[in-house]
Design a binder for this molecule. Structure first.
Ligand code: FES
Length: 179
């Protein structure tokens, strides 16, 4: 496998967008070098794609078109080939995430306790539908999940790592409004 030099301006442009108006954290500036080192460790071998994608997502929060393009450059693959691999795995995201991630449980226990009304209340409060991942200000992402394993607290919603249970639509709206 040939390791090609990526186009550096792609990452610089991405960083400029992400940290527009703010200081770029020192570690982020090294992404290109980190990716290069990981890619070098896999030179001539199969299997570099997933670690590179994971590292990039860890660093940026999602895989932008520019990042995919850069990784493709490292691996000597086409962008479509890298997309084909990345989209096979549920762990990879392709849209910028909000500052806070709200996960509304739609498992059986939550659903019968009115979990669907919790989602509707949050969607209405944020003017965001599940499936769209972020509000326009990138403050929230909204997702549905099958079960958090906290069924005794149904219906349940998790914001980042905080679990909120025995919710009503009114309570869910209040919680979201306080972030
Ligand atoms: S079904 Fe919602 S936490 Fe289990």
């Amino acid at each position: 496998m040939t390791i090609r030099q990526p186009v550096r301006t792609c990452i610089v442009g991405h960083l400029a967008l992400k940290y527009l108006g703010g200081a770029i954290p020192p570690g982020v500036l090294n992404l290109h070098e980190k990716l290069r080192q990981i890619a070098a460790a896999y030179a001539g071998k199969k299997g570099a794609t997933i670690p590179l994608l994971q590292k990039a997502q860890e660093e940026f929060g999602y895989l932008s078109e520019e990042t995919i393009s850069e990784i493709a450059g490292f691996l000597g693959l086409t962008k479509n080939e890298v997309y084909g691999i990345a989209t096979f795995y549920a762990q990879f995201r392709f849209e910028r995430q909000g500052e806070h991630t709200i996960k509304c449980c739609q498992g059986t226990a939550c659903y019968v306790q009115g979990g669907h009304r919790i989602v509707e209340a949050v969607e209405d409060e944020l003017e965001l539908e599940v499936g769209e991942t972020t509000t326009g200000d990138y403050k929230f992402s909204l997702e549905k999940v099958a079960c958090f394993g906290s069924c005794a607290l149904a219906p349940v919603m998790v914001v980042d790592k905080t679990v909120y249970g025995r919710l009503t639509p009114v309570k869910a709206r209040q919680i979201v409004a306080e972030y």
